[in-house]
Design a protein around this ligand. Sequence first.
Ligand code: SAH
Length: 349
Amino acid sequence: MMVLQEIINNYRATGELSHEEIVFLLGLEKPDEVGGLLALANEVREKHLGPDVHLRGIIEFSNHCVRRCVYCGLCYGNRELKRYRMHPHEILDTAAGAVEMGFRTIVLQSGEDFHYTNDMIAYLVAAVKKMGAAVTLSLGDRPQAAYTSWKAAGADRYLLKFETSDTLLYRQLHPESTLARRLKNLTYLRDLGYQLGSGNMVGLPGQTITSLANDILLMKELSLDMAGIGPFLPHPATPLGKARAGTMEMTLKVLAVTRLLLPRTHLPATTALGSVQEDGRRAGLLAGANVLMLNLTPVKYRALYDIYPAKAEATSKPQQLKEEAEKLVDELGRRVSSGYGHAVKIEYQ
Ligand code: SAH
């Protein structure tokens, strides 16, 4: 029988966890044991990354999407959703406002919307870089030529979650795609020199603890620079509308174990975590997370970027979100980083 203390001692000695040990940790339920796991992740975060919390500003510039991911409210089949596209000038105005407010990273995210040509995205990347911010793109599966041209335009990072490491489940959730294709794109992005972000959803229908342990090991295998881990939240306009949501507890355990195995990877306390429970992001920051992504999408569009219901930060203005985040970081005795928050191994080279 496995004993928690032995696993922890062994981890402290080697920095490693086997698949079996990860499954054991994710299965913990006693509040004191779970608390111990989260506290250990917090200790590892402090040791490797210190008190810095990086704030990223995300602009969700289009909710048009050609894909039919069965969990996502933006999926092509959802005719109830009013669609929007931000004009490039509006995107750049929003980015400029954010840079002025002190944001050092702008994340540009959208559905898979081919209305914006490769050149348009490259133009946006170059313009935001010129403002002095780092640029993260999160635009889904795109042709390799697109990834290449955006890197050449100056993009620093790409966020493309693998969502689940279970091949069958991936296929069920993404009828027109495969996990292999997603992983191929991730490898390609890495080879192009992007700092690589990926991650999963926790509590998907049909997902098991074994499968979550595989997700964590895949994040390690990809040696991600950033990993987004958030609970699955059922959207009523999707085929999974009646499924059960992922829990904050399981999401925190996955986050914590990921921190143990990826001590220097940037781990956001995700918006989805803040949506499943009000204090979700605070809890995330205390369970290994060191990043907050704040929603800078103009308020008139924000509710329309409806990937899941009851999204946190639905109406607050950027300035207010930033102040709230700073207050939270301060209350935790941490500090808002003044740097770009690039991949740690790159920054320290
Ligand atoms: N089109 C881009 C961006 C997708 S939205 C791409 O494919 O990468 C960003 C993330 O939102 C997704 O990676 C997914 O993990 C998350 N997401 C989408 N629908 C969700 C849901 N119903 N519950 C929780 N997270 C969801």
